[in-house]
Write a protein of this length. Structure first.
Length: 84
């Protein structure tokens, strides 16, 4: 299990880089769809999850949960993480 704050920080950093945002532009309860992520952004999230936390995210997570928030994604990653 990874520290939620660490997961949140890395996910926000990736999202800010991908969408040219400032950290202050993101809130934990912001749905990912509001960020207008494209398919490459979602792939980058999946690669980040695997590389940083040892978590494989299937595309179905995003397809089945179109309203998933930044917080929910980070909680999911934190709970599933295999890397300390």
């Amino acid at each position: 299990m990874a520290n939620y704050d660490e997961v949140y920080s890395k996910v926000c950093e990736m999202l800010c880089d991908a969408k040219d945002l400032e950290q202050e532009d993101l809130t934990p309860d912001m749905p990912l769809y509001q960020l207008k992520l494209d398919s490459l952004d979602y792939v980058e999230l999946m690669v980040l999850a695997k590389k940083e936390f040892g978590v494989t995210i299937e595309a179905d997570l995003f397809v089945d949960n179109v309203n998933i928030t930044v917080r929910e994604l980070c909680q999911y990653l934190s709970e599933k993480a295999t890397k300390p």
